[in-house]
Design a protein around this ligand. Structure first.
Ligand code: ILE
Length: 452
């Protein structure tokens, strides 16, 4: 194992670690991405497959990431290097760093929108009641070339600021404040949304499966990649966070806590968004703008709507920041060690590069909307596709195989705190056989390489 020159930073407490990991998991993925992907992929049937992916593949891989990071006490590349020197597993580490870069670049675009909306509510609410309503307002804003970049920049600056302050003083502290607040708020808003007239239809959409949706092969990959995205898997974030945890803390409880809270969060967010979608007659498959169009309509229609809007978009932005921080930390931890730079310098440098990388994604929704990279996808969608549909599942596959086959069984069981128990053995079996085959099968089937 490499010996760091100075003592590595650590979390202040187990709760701090759990909240930070939850902060990484809960983000735009649970609210913005979950709702539009579920909307496009058939609602309840998608939710069912999504939850299966979380339990049978996501949770075991999440546990694997914590185990790798905690044992190696290094960044995502250094972890593979120190646990399996000279072996090709290190590729998984590089894939994690690359995913962190790509995802944060387009994530920052949407997070910037959220900050803009927050400020609109600070100033009394966006003008959405007139003709064209919230849809026109959103389209005018996010397709303009310059303004979205300003907000994306602000988001990156805040994210850099937190990473700059360090693991305990920056990341842990911010999550301890924001996560509980976010949980309370989403419950209140979902409670209100459930009183709207479209609540029944939303309930059916989310919980009464129309199984015919599952005849579409692309639904499976959509569910699997959403599980990876939402749990922050395959992007190195949870390996990096695990590496700041001391050997005394137990991992399995933390992993189950993070996975279940994250899923619950997505479902409650669905209960917040879909009643509004149906009440206001918006198509559930309206794509990435869904949250930015529906919620302003709810807020406009309710008493104290401006206050709700303000709090909601503040917390959506905060959730995005706490996730963005984990993505930036992946690259910062790696380059700090690799280049011997200070945390501060690395955070500013890498943050700037990621901001620049995100500019084409933002422009791709407006002035460059005729540019497509993968198939019909615009630049923004192509980045999401590359990272979420390819890099994350492949990264997850490597991680599963690494623990399953690259490590001695007894070592893996000990490092995970499972010990030689039934659950521990099931976990290893999933990592060895089930998860790799399932990921491969979903991949091949959904992309049409194999058909049934
Ligand atoms: N898991 C988070 C989310 O769901 C981030 C995904 C880190 C990139 O938003």
């Amino acid at each position: 194992m490499t010996t760091p020159h100075q003592p590595r930073e650590q979390w202040g407490s187990r709760l701090g670690f759990m909240l930070a990991a939850l902060g990484s998991a809960v983000g735009l993925g649970n609210i913005w991405r979950f709702s539009y992907v579920a909307g496009e992929s058939g609602g309840a049937a998608f939710l069912f497959i999504y939850l299966l992916c979380i339990i049978a593949i996501g949770l075991p891989i999440l546990m694997a990431e914590f185990t790798i990071g905690r044992r190696a006490q290094s960044d995502v590349v250094g972890s593979f290097q120190s646990l399996a020197p000279g072996k090709p597993w290190i590729l998984a580490g590089f894939l994690g760093v690359a995913s962190g870069f790509i995802i944060l670049s387009f994530y920052g675009v949407v997070a910037g929108w959220s900050i803009y909306y927050f400020l609109q509510y600070v100033m009394g609410g966006p003008p959405v009641s007139g003709e064209g309503g919230s849809a026109d307002f959103f389209i005018n804003f996010h397709t303009s070339p310059f303004f979205p970049l300003l907000w994306q920049f602000l988001f990156m600056a805040i994210t850099v600021g937190i990473v700059y302050a360090g693991v305990k003083k920056g990341i842990e502290k911010s999550n301890k404040i924001l996560m509980p607040l976010l949980a309370v708020l989403v419950l209140i808003l979902a409670g209100y949304s459930m009183t709207l007239s479209g609540a029944g239809e939303a309930f059916n959409f989310l919980f009464a499966p129309d199984w015919s949706a599952l005849t579409d092969p692309s639904v499976y990959l959509a569910a699997l990649s959403q599980a990876f995205f939402s749990l922050s898997l395959g992007m190195g974030a949870l390996i990096t966070y695990g590496s700041y945890l001391s050997k005394e803390e137990k991992l399995p409880g933390a992993a189950v806590g993070v996975a279940s809270m994250d899923s619950l969060f997505a479902i409650v967010a669905g209960l917040m968004i879909f009643p509004a979608v149906f009440t206001f007659g918006i198509a559930p498959d309206s794509g990435p703008g869904l949250v930015f169009i529906t919620l302003p309509d709810i807020f406009d229609s309710m008493g104290f709507g401006v206050a709700y809007g303000l709090i909601f978009f503040f917390l959506l932005s905060a959730a995005a920041v706490s996730s963005g921080v984990s993505l930036l930390e992946v690259a910062v931890a790696y380059f700090m060690r690799r280049m011997g730079w200070t945390r501060q310098k690395t955070a500013i440098f890498i943050g700037s590069i990621i901001f620049l990388l995100g500019i084409p994604s933002s422009l791709g929704l407006g002035v460059w909307s005729n540019v497509s990279i993968f198939g019909e996808r615009d630049i923004f969608d192509s980045m999401d596709f590359l990272a979420s549909y390819i890099f994350l599942p492949v990264g997850g596959l490597f991680i599963a195989l690494f623990i399953g086959w690259g490590w001695k069984k007894a070592d893996a069981l000990e490092a995970s705190n499972f010990g030689d128990t039934v659950i521990g053995n099931i976990w290893l079996w999933i990592l060895r056989i089930f998860a790799p085959l399932a990921i491969l099968a979903v991949f091949l089937y959904s992309t049409g390489i194999i058909t049934l």
